[in-house]
Design a protein around this ligand. Sequence first.
Ligand SMILES: O=C(O)[C@H](O)COP(=O)(O)O
Ligand SMILES: [Mn+2]
Ligand SMILES: [Mn+2]
Length: 559
Amino acid sequence: MGSTDSQWKLADHPKLPKGKKIAVVVLDGWGEANPDQYNCIHVAETPTMDSLKKGAPEKWTLVKAHGTAVGLPTDDDMGNSEVGHNALGAGRIYAQGAKLVDLALASGKIYEEEGFNYIKESFDQGTLHLIGLLSDGGVHSRLDQVQLLLKGASEHGAKRIRVHILTDGRDVLDGSSVGFVETLENDLAELRAKGVDARIASGGGRMYVTMDRYENDWDVVKRGWDAQVLGEAPHKFQNAVEAVKKLRELPNMNDQYLPPFVIVDESGNPVGPILDGDAVVTFNFRADRMVMIAKALEYEDFDKFDRVRVPKIRYAGMLQYDGELKLPSRYLVSPPLIERTSGEYLVKNGVRTFACSETVKFGHVTFFWNGNRSGYFDASKEEYVEIPSDVGITFNVQPKMKAVEIAEKARDAILSGKFDQVRVNLPNGDMVGHTGDIEATVVACKAADEAVKIILDAVEQVGGIYVVTADHGNAEDMVKRNKSGQPTKDKNGNIQILTSHTLQPVPVAIGGPGLLPGVKFRTDVQTPGLANVAATVMNLHGFVAPSDYEPTLIEVVDN
Ligand SMILES: O=C(O)[C@H](O)COP(=O)(O)O
Ligand SMILES: [Mn+2]
Ligand SMILES: [Mn+2]
C-alpha cells in the first residue's frame, strides 16, 4: 500500500489472524419464519442450512433485513436486494432512494434542483412522460411518490403529461395492478379537470416490458421502447384499466408478464409516443432495473437494439442509477453517497476477492455490494464472474437455476488459493419465490442448500471460514397473512399467494475449520441488522472495521 493509501489502512484485529480463506454466501430471499406448509425453506430438504442452524447456537444468529435497519423509510417496508446488499457491503445504514425521494417531495426541494429545472424546459412546447413501476411495493418505486410528482409537475408548468406504466405483481399481490391503474386514472382525471392534458399512454408487465436488469435480455427493453417511444405494441386499447383487465385474461397471464400495450384515440393513433422536444422521467428510484432503459434513452451510440427513431428529449432519472457511468446524467434526487465500503477497504488491504453469481443477481454481489459502483477497485486483486442466466423463462420452470454452477465456480476459486474472500449470491429462493409457485420454490431452496454444501466442503478443505447469510426474506413465507398470522383468502376463497419479499429476519452463520474456537456471536449488539455483517467479515479477515461502521457481530472469548 503506497502512502497515498494510508487513509485506507485498517488496524489489525487484536486476536484474529489474517490470511484465512473466507467464503461469504448470500442466499437471496432466505428469511427465517415459523415452520408451516407455506414456508418453502422449511418444507424443502435443506440439510446443510439445517445443520448450521442446529449446530453451535453461538455461531448462528438472526439479523434484521428490512425497514429502518437497511435505510428504508419505515419498519413496514420489506427488505430488498439493493438495500440488503448495500448494507452487507457498506457496513453502515444509508437513507435509501425511497426515503430520499420522500424527503425531496415533502420539502418541495425536488422542484428547485437542477434535474427538474432541466426537464421543465420542455413543459412549454413538449409533453412530460413518466415511465416506471406502478405499485406501492416501495422496492423500485411508490405510487404515492408518482402521485405527488404528477401534482408537483403540473403545478410547476407541465401542461401535457403521459404516463407509461409497468404493472407489478412481484413486490405486491398479483392482480393488484387493476386497482393501481384505477387510482392513477382518477388522479389523471382530476388533473384534466384542472386543464392539464394528462393520460396513460402505454403499459406492460415489469418482467416482460422495460425492467430487465444486468443486460439479461434486451428484448424486454425493446418491447418497452416500441410502446413508449414509437407508440407501437401488439395490443391497443382506448382505456388502460380495460387494457390491464383484458390482458390479464390471456392464458397463464399475470401482472408481472402483461404484454406491451398502447393507448390509442378514436382513430387508432397512439395518444403518447415520445417525440422531439419532450421531457422524460423514469420514476423508479432503484437502479438495477432502470440502467438499461436509461442507456436506451440517453446514449447516442447504442447498438443493443434498433431504436428506429431516437427523439431529442430532455431525460432525467428519479435518481442517478449508476454513479460510475454517470447514468443518467440528469436526475431529480441525488442517490445515497455510499463510500468506503468493506469491499474497497479489504481490497486495499490486500484481500484478494472473487465474486460470482448468475446474471440476474450478478450486480447484487458486485454493484450493490460495492455501494452501487461498477467495476473493480483493483483489477489485479479481484475477479468477478458472471454465469449467464436462462433467458425468456420464468424461474419456476428451472428452479435449480445456476446454483450448482455458481457453487462450483466458488469452490474452484477457494481451492485455487488465489483468493482470500470468495463471495457469491445464490438467487434461487428469491427468483423462484417471486413466481409464487410453491412447489418450484421448494425445489429452489433445496438447490440453494446443495450449493451451500459444495462451498462449505471447499472451505473445509482449505481450512477456511464461512459466513452464510441472506439479503431479505422471500421463500420462507409464500402467503399473505392477517394480523394474527393466518393466511388470507381472496373473494373467491383462494389463499392469497405472496410473490414479494417479507419483513422476516435472516440468518447469519459462521464456522469452518479456520474459525478460532473462541469466536462467537455477541449478545450485546442492539437490534443487529445486515449492516453489522461487514465489520464481522472484516474481523474474520484479521482487521478491525473503521469506527463509523456498525458494530461487529462477533467477539473472541479466550478459552
Ligand atoms: O426486482 C425484483 O426482482 C424485485 O422487485 C425485488 O427483488 P430483489 O430485491 O431480490 O432483486
Ligand atoms: Mn434479494
Ligand atoms: Mn427479490
